[in-house]
Design a protein around this ligand. Structure first.
Ligand code: HXC
Ligand code: NAP
Length: 293
């Protein structure tokens, strides 16, 4: 199964140092593992230092790579600057930022307090622009080029989605930042790209978006034309490519990796999926006879 295998050449990321926010769990952890396998040093950050340290130990033992665990709430700019300083102190340089940290939960919007709306937007949008700003200022002041920022958004950044409105607003903002800075900062040698994943099961997301009996009742895979969830390695392959020098001419792009999910809801006649072959025979007859009338 090729999609379960690493895609890039060995050592494709050798000599690179990347910061992965939210790198202690879920997709951030899977992407970090693959970056390490390809030779990068990785700084993982989030609010829970114990979780980060456990992940760092596990991934170093598994891959032989170097991981620095840094506690950092991305909503707080001073903490982001400290994360950058810690990175430079340990590795001497930083080549890329992966904006992956997020907060989200399913809820009718009218049930949210203003604080609940704030918490999601602050983690996702403010967190992403805090990290991007701090890294961008550093690279520009130091006149360093060949740097990259990759942000994990979602397909509802452009379609919107009911019941996750703060997340949709915030991810849309991250996408707007990506496309804006792709132009503004290209002259400094900084590339900006995004990935929009469909359903890739993680504990963090599934516990908050499809809890309890919702998991069976609203099986997200059913709305994916390829009829399966994404595998973490598939996302890691794409992320490693977009962080690497192999994607040097990719700038301002958002790459969807969702098995066709968002288009399933978009096409006018996509709901005809259940029509059987016999029914299509009947339909054809009816349509042809309508033409001859
Ligand atoms: C209504 C809620 C709520 C809920 C929290 N709040 N949960 N309101 N329904 N289920 C309210 C609280 O009452 C409070 O408002 C405010 O939100 C802040 O809550 P806290 O618990 O104080 O916040 P905090 O401890 O900072 O936790 C943040 C969090 C939490 C976002 C609420 O879930 C978290 O830490 N998440 C991080 C990881 C995560 O979310 N991963 C999933 C990403 S998945 P009041 O007014 O009462 O004080 C993702 C996938 C998208 O993005 C696409 C999938 C296909
Ligand atoms: P996850 O495991 O819950 O990851 C979220 C991470 O963000 C956690 O490690 C969390 O760590 C960190 N985080 C939250 N608030 C933070 C803060 N204030 N400061 C720093 N870090 C913070 O969920 P996931 O599914 O892997 O999600 C990863 C990314 O993929 C997110 O951007 C999500 O929107 C996106 N995504 C996921 C899916 C999916 O199907 N899973 C689909 C589309 C997009 P702490 O709690 O320790 O802070």
């Amino acid at each position: 199964m090729k999609h379960l295998e690493g895609m890039l050449k060995a050592d494709a990321l050798k000599g690179k140092t990347y910061i992965v926010t939210g790198g202690g769990t879920g997709l951030g952890k899977s992407m970090t593992r693959y970056f390490l396998e390809l030779g990068a040093n990785v700084v993982i950050s989030s609010r829970k230092l114990d979780v980060l340290q456990k992940t760092a130990e596990e991934l170093e033992a598994e891959t032989g790579g170097k991981v620095l665990a840094v506690q950092c709430d991305v909503r707080n700019y001073a903490e982001v600057e400290k994360m950058l300083a810690d990175t430079l102190a340990r590795f001497g340089q930083v080549d890329g930022l992966l904006n992956n940290a997020a907060g989200n939960f399913i809820s009718p919007t009218e049930r949210l307090s203003n604080k609940a709306f704030d918490v999601i937007v602050d983690i996702v949008l403010k967190g992403s622009y805090n990290c991007t700003l701090a890294l961008g200022k550093h690279w520009i002041a130091a006149k360093q080029t060949n740097k990259t920022v990759l942000s994990i958004v979602t397909t509802y950044a452009w379609t919107g989605s009911a019941y996750v409105v703060p997340s949709a607003c915030a991810k849309a903002g991250v996408l707007a930042m990506t496309r804006s800075l792709a132009v503004e900062w290209a002259k400094y040698g900084i590339r900006m790209n995004a990935i929009a994943p469909g359903p890739f099961p993680t504990k963090g997301a599934w516990d908050r978006l499809v809890p309890g009996e919702f998991r069976e009742r609203f099986d997200l895979v059913k709305q994916v034309p390829l009829r399966r969830a994404g595998e973490h390695q598939e996302l890691a392959n794409l992320a490693a490519y977009l962080m690497s020098d192999y994607s040097a001419y990719m700038n301002g792009e958002v790459v969807t990796i969702d098995g066709g999910e968002w288009l399933q809801g978009a096409g006018e006649f996509n709901l005809f999926e259940d029509v059987t072959s016999e029914q299509w025979d009947m339909v054809e007859k009816m349509v042809r006879s309508a033409k001859s009338e």
